[in-house]
Design a protein around this ligand. Structure first.
Ligand SMILES: Nc1nc2c(c(=O)[nH]1)N[C@H]1C(S)=C(S)[C@@H](COP(=O)(O)OP(=O)(O)OC[C@H]3O[C@@H](n4cnc5c(=O)[nH]c(N)nc54)[C@H](O)[C@@H]3O)O[C@H]1N2
Ligand SMILES: Nc1nc2c(c(=O)[nH]1)N[C@H]1C(S)=C(S)[C@@H](COP(=O)(O)OP(=O)(O)OC[C@H]3O[C@@H](n4cnc5c(=O)[nH]c(N)nc54)[C@H](O)[C@@H]3O)O[C@H]1N2
Ligand SMILES: [Mo]
Length: 775
């Protein structure tokens, strides 16, 4: 047993796991600790009262919905950490780089890089000195513009991480298109792109159908591969309320995640004082990583078998036959495909028993209105699109789309990642309003397909990319295949990072490299036209205004719209129809432009942006209008139940899935500890006792993991500590991004190209351990 703090001994099958609830005093203490560490105790605590409020700023952590009637404190532990991290009083200027060369900084941990503080001045890399050196904004823009003008627009990539506002994102996509390409990869390409591909084909909209109100009317909630306690904790309020009404919650997840087990509401004095925990999941099925298509198939099979019995016996139907007849296409083919699959195969691929799947199906059948919630556990697989489609199949069987209390609920990641897509950040020209842009701005938008994230990586490796502009993010660490990608990155002629904090992508840079520091969303944004506000879209398709409240980290920072405009003016010939300066002076004018481009969604944008709870974009499927090629909601037959057809796991290997901890926001590592999983450091592999015995490993052993594929590339991560943990046999969990070197670039979801970060065949080799000699 390893010596992990804060744990009670685990019972069989779940060793080493702490038994703390999500929320509670632990959560409050965490908030206090990070505010102190970032030296913002007073301002930070005050600021937090404005978080996710109709007149305040929208949290920079997750994209979960913001209620019209917020709690007095409408923030969570994760959101408070993200706020403290952004408004930290630690700042770094050019003098920091006089003290540290990039070579030295490369030895720093990712946590230390970001913890150094906010970037404050624009800089260019000086190769002779191996340092970033301060330059003026004017020079930075002029030089970047001059470089871009020399390049073939098709070889330039405009990446964005899903945090930038609707206003910035709209300007950014216009910049890329006026420059001459649709190369607009987004963090969404590594995230919910499987959703954006699966849902239009099946229900005719690219986003979820539920709103907050549905949680008040639901009879049952299913959770697939989403870690609510860490990644969208404010949603625990809706789950707790539902549980108090007796609503069952059925979870499918290889790990018993604390937030899905129990919760103490930090905003309830009674609960805090009595320690009363709400049980969140009423059933917990530890599906094998990649086993969801099979598990969902098992549930559909159980529903259809129950329905056949009902028909034979004349009882109430288990499927909603009227809904299927009126609204669906492909039911017969789907039912036949389900019938053709045997329980043996389903059990083997899901790692669950027939009885477990029948139990879940029984709960499903008894509920009138069901919500299906999911996250990266479904999307980041070779079959990521198919996984989502299987969840749609299950919901369609009982008409659980487009009625109150029911629907599909993808939980998006970054706080405006969904909104970026809504305003044109996409590499797919058919999804962008190109004719409208042409009409409004009098230029010929490029019509050819642009690069998504994986394609941009492939092109970078092939030496075909001349410049990479990044609007936020830390692409060098977020992508797979660090071994090959880092080297390719350094050969890029030009990289431009628009960032708030120092990260690996500033160190693994192009031959010419710029760092452009920007204001964060929480900061007051003063422009010629006065203090500006921005807007974002949440996971449920609701748009919210957001007004910064904190003093900027430095007066040398520019806002994201100002930086995008600065690059645009330098790289593009003047266009009388696009007045970048006027847009920067008054973001309301950008919103007018957004409204003119997308009148159906954004009409009277400026008037509606402060609507409490947000204003929602039209979601046809929520009204049972199906904008699909068949005009109906489509059942789809899965190609395979196999978790991972392109990367089978050899007998001596394990299936690795990468996860986040409560001490991180993506590649931003706030702290090394994972409070909920009881792990003190991040270089670990969480492994089942049975696998450890099979592989001759003991808790605390140090191992090297290597990818178990034979494609001529060696991929390893050294120095991982084995932690015995309650994961299904054959599966092993590790942290993102530490394990990203193990993911081959070619290993992605078939139709969406989302890297398959939740299923990687790995071998482990023992290299050391605390008290056992090597062999
Ligand atoms: N505090 C915090 N909040 C965040 C983030 C963060 O890093 N920190 N990141 C943001 C972003 S960009 C995103 S996309 C979201 C991500 O939020 P989530 O969608 O929750 O993503 P992950 O943490 O990667 O993993 C999700 C869960 O899937 C489970 N899982 C893994 N493989 C499988 C599988 O094959 N099947 C099933 N059923 N489950 C599986 C894991 O055990 C884990 O509990 O969170 C957002 N919010
Ligand atoms: N193995 C594995 N890999 C994964 C995942 C996984 O689950 N497993 N998840 C994938 C997912 S879902 C995602 S979304 C990606 C995330 O990929 P990215 O979005 O590229 O990465 P982040 O870590 O969110 O980016 C953090 C950086 O953003 C910058 N930043 C923060 N706030 C702002 C701001 O307001 N403005 C600007 N301009 N910059 C800002 C800071 O400099 C910070 O260092 O990673 C993907 N990679
Ligand atoms: Mo994400």
């Amino acid at each position: 047993m390893s010596k992990q703090g804060g744990k009670t001994p685990g019972k069989t099958g779940e060793p080493n796991e702490p038994k703390i609830p999500a929320g509670g005093w632990g959560s409050l203490k965490e908030v206090g600790t990070i505010l102190l560490k970032e030296r913002v105790p007073f301002e930070g605590a005050q600021l937090l009262t404005h978080q996710n409020k109709p007149d305040g700023y929208m949290c920079v952590s997750c994209a979960w919905a913001k209620p019209a009637h917020p709690h007095p404190a409408e923030f969570c532990e994760s959101g408070a950490k993200a706020t403290a991290w952004e408004v930290t009083s630690k700042h770094i200027g050019a003098d920091f780089f006089q003290r540290h060369t990039l070579r030295e900084l490369e030895t720093w941990h990712d946590h230390e890089l970001e913890a150094a503080g906010r970037l404050t001045v624009p800089m260019r890399y000086d190769g002779a000195l191996d340092r970033y050196v301060e330059i003026t904004w004017e020079r930075a823009f002029a030089e970047i513009g001059a470089e871009l003008r020399k390049m073939d627009p098709k070889n330039v990539v405009f990446y964005s991480s899903g945090r930038a506002s609707l206003e910035t994102s709209y300007m950014y996509q216009l910049l890329a298109r006026m420059y001459g390409n649709n190369n607009l990869p987004d963090s969404s390409n590594m995230c919910h792109e499987s959703t954006s591909v699966a849902l239009p084909k099946t229900i005719g909209v690219p986003i979820g159908t539920v709103v907050l109100d549905d949680f008040d009317h639901t009879d049952c909630i299913f959770f697939f591969g989403q870690n609510v306690g860490v990644n969208s904790p404010r949603m625990l309020h809706q789950l707790q309320d539902a549980r108090k009404r007796g609503v069952p919650i059925v979870t499918f997840n290889p790990l018993r995640e604390r937030g899905l087990v129990s919760f103490v509401n930090p905003q309830s004095p009674t609960e805090m004082l009595t320690g009363h925990e709400t049980v969140i999941s009423t059933q917990y099925h530890q599906v094998k990583a990649g086993g969801d298509t099979a598990a969902l198939m098992g549930m559909c099979k159980a529903v259809l078998e129950a329905d056949a019995r009902a028909v034979a016996e004349g009882g109430p139907r288990a499927v909603d036959a009227d809904f299927i007849a009126e609204h669906c296409h492909g039911f017969d083919g789907f039912a036949a495909a389900v019938g053709a699959r045997g329980w043996d195969e389903i059990e083997r691929e899901a790692g669950l028993t027939q009885a477990q799947m029948e139990q879940a199906a029984g709960t499903y059948i008894r509920a009138r209105s069901v919500i299906g919630v999911y996250g990266m556990g479904l999307t980041q697989h070779r079959n990521g699109v198919q996984n989502v489609q299987m969840l749609v199949n299950l919901l369609l069987l009982r008409g659980n789309i487009g009625k109150p209390g029911a629907g599909i609920c993808p939980v998006r990641g970054h706080s405006n990642v969904q909104g970026q897509r809504t305003v044109g950040i996409t590499e797919k020209p058919e999804l962008a309003p190109l004719d409208k842009l042409k009409e409004l701005y009098g230029f010929e938008p490029p019509r050819d397909k642009g690069m998504n994230t994986v394609e941009a990586c492939e092109a970078i490796r092939a030496g075909k990319v001349q410049a990479l502009i990044s609007l936020g993010g830390n692409l060098v660490r977020a992508v797979p295949e660090h071994g090959l990608m880092d080297a390719a990155w350094r050969a890029l002629p030009l990289t431009v990072q628009i960032s708030t904090k120092l990260n690996r992508s500033h160190l693994v840079h192009g031959r010419t490299a710029y760092v452009l520091p920007c204001l964060g969303r929480i900061e007051i944004d003063r422009q010629a036209g006065g203090e500006q506000a921005v807007s974002v879209e949440d996971s449920t398709g609701c748009m919210h205004g957001s007004r910064g409240r904190a003093e900027p980290a430095a007066d040398t920072l520019l806002s994201e719209p100002a930086i995008v405009a600065g690059i645009a003016k330098a790289a593009l010939d003047p266009n009388p129809k696009v007045d970048w300066d006027a847009w920067v002076a008054d973001y309301a004018k950008v919103r007018d432009a957004i409204a003119a481009t997308y009148p159906e969604i954004f009409h009277e944008f400026n008037d509606r942006m402060w609507t409490p709870g947000g204003f929602r974009k039209p979601v046809a499927a929520a009204k049972r209008e199906w904008k699909t090629p068949t005009g109906k909601a489509n059942f789809t037959v899965p190609d395979t139940l196999s978790a991972d057809p392109d990367m089978p796991v050899p007998a001596d290997a394990l299936r690795l899935f990468t996860v986040r901890s409560d001490g991180q926001f993506n590649t931003t590592i706030y702290s090394l500890e994972d409070r909920f999983r009881g792990v003190q450091d991040r270089k670990v592999l969480l492994m089942a006792g049975a696998d450890m015995a099979r592989l001759g490993l003991a808790d605390g052993d140090i191992v090297t993991a290597s990818t178990a594929v034979d494609d001529g590339v060696t991929r390893t991560v050294e120095g991982l500590r084995v932690v015995e943990y309650g994961v299904p046999a054959g599966c092993v969990a590790g942290y993102y991004p530490e394990c990203n070197p193990l993911i081959p670039l070619w290993h992605y979801a078939k139709e969406s190209k989302v890297p398959a970060a939740k299923s990687i065949a790995v071998r482990v080799e023992r290299t050391g351990g605390p008290d056992r000699p090597l062999h």
